[in-house]
Design a binder for this molecule. Structure first.
Ligand SMILES: [Zn+2]
Length: 181
């Protein structure tokens, strides 16, 4: 992909991203029928470049999902343990995809990415999918998550979404996974 300057989203891009995340969270809680309190038990954050540690930044994918043994801000009771997933969005890679193709806009692309990553997180948290898996398992899981993302976003009224669904339906550089290996 060559070197892309690691420039964080500006204020207006962040506003668009926040909107995309709120759409995605609503879609996911509807689909998995999650109440607000259930939803809070999924310990995750979606963060963008300005809030990432250097080792959380990559240039090869739209996101990196880091699994940590504990969350920086979710208090656990007693001996309770829970994985914490940090979805690290790579602003520069996402922006590059928008700039390289005039039919791709940030809102639908960010909605696609956030929805896709949240599906991964829910499936990990519910142990539908193991975090550590072989490359063939991972490929099969990636195809399932793309298909589900497509299904959940189809018919949503977001300008430019159809173009994104077509262009990224089997994108192979959505994210990488790391942590607690
Ligand atoms: Zn994926």
């Amino acid at each position: 992909m060559g070197a892309i300057a690691r420039v964080p989203f500006d204020k207006s891009e962040i506003d668009t991203l926040r909107y995309a995340i709120s759409i995605s969270e609503e879609i996911i809680s509807d689909h998995y029928k999650l109440s607000t309190s259930q939803w809070k038990r999924y310990r995750y954050d979606i963060q963008s470049l300005k809030d990432l540690e250097e080792f959380e930044v990559i240039d090869e994918a739209f996101a990196q999902i880091h699994r940590y043994a504990r969350s920086p801000h979710h208090k656990l009771r007693g001996s309770e343990t829970a994985d914490y997933f940090k979805i690290c969005l790579q602003d520069h890679v996402i922006r590059h995809a928008v700039q390289r193709d005039s039919s791709i806009e940030l809102l639908p692309l960010a909605t696609y990415i956030a929805t896709h990553e949240l599906i991964h997180v829910v499936r990990f948290a519910r142990f539908i999918q193991r975090f550590e898996s072989s490359s063939s398992e991972r490929e099969a899981e990636e195809a399932r998550v793309h298909a589900l993302t497509h299904q959940l976003l189809l018919n949503r009224k977001i300008r430019g979404l159809e173009e994104v669904l077509t262009a990224f339906k089997d994108c192979r550089t959505m994210e990488t996974f790391t942590g607690m290996g």
